[in-house]
Design a protein around this ligand. Structure first.
Ligand code: 5GP
Length: 108
C-alpha cells in the first residue's frame, strides 16, 4: 500500500491542526482553506476513494458522517457542506478517502 500524505498525518509524521480524533477518524484543518471553517474528516483506515468502498466498510462510512456531524457541533456551525471528490477526474488530489467539512464564510 502506498503511503499518502494523510497516512503520514495520521501517524504524526507530518504536523496538522487537529480538531477532533477518535479510534477511527481524525479531523484536521485544511492547509488551503476554501471557507472560514474548512476541515478534512479522514478515516484512519486507508481507503483510496469512494470508488474503493466495499460492503465491509458500511459501518465505517456511516460513522464518518456521524463524526463529521460531531465536528460541526464542536464548531457551532448552524449549516455546512460535506463534499467528497472522487478520483483524479473528480478533483481528488489526495488518494485517501476524506470528507471536506465547510462552514461559515466561503472564500472565492
Ligand atoms: P481533495 O482534492 O483530495 O479532495 O482534497 C485534498 C485536500 O487536502 C485539499 O483541500 C488540500 O488543501 C488538503 N491538503 C493537502 N495536503 C495537506 C497537508 O499536508 N495538510 C493539510 N492539513 N491539508 C492538506
Amino acid at each position: 500500500m502506498e503511503k499518502d500524505v494523510f497516512c503520514s498525518i495520521i501517524a504524526g509524521d507530518i504536523p496538522s491542526t487537529r480538531l477532533q480524533e477518535d479510534n477511527s477518524f481524525v479531523a484536521i484543518k485544511d492547509i488551503h482553506p476554501k471557507a472560514q471553517h474548512h476541515y478534512l474528516i479522514i478515516p484512519k483506515k486507508h481507503i483510496e476513494s469512494i470508488d474503493d468502498v466495499e460492503n465491509s466498510d458500511r459501518d465505517l462510512m456511516g460513522d464518518m458522517v456521524l463524526f463529521a456531524q460531531q465536528c460541526a457541533k464542536t464548531l457551532n456551525l448552524e449549516g455546512y457542506k460535506l463534499l467528497v471528490n472522487v478520483g483524479e477526474k473528480g478533483g481528488q488530489e489526495v488518494p485517501h478517502i476524506h470528507l471536506h467539512l465547510l462552514g461559515g464564510e466561503f472564500y472565492r
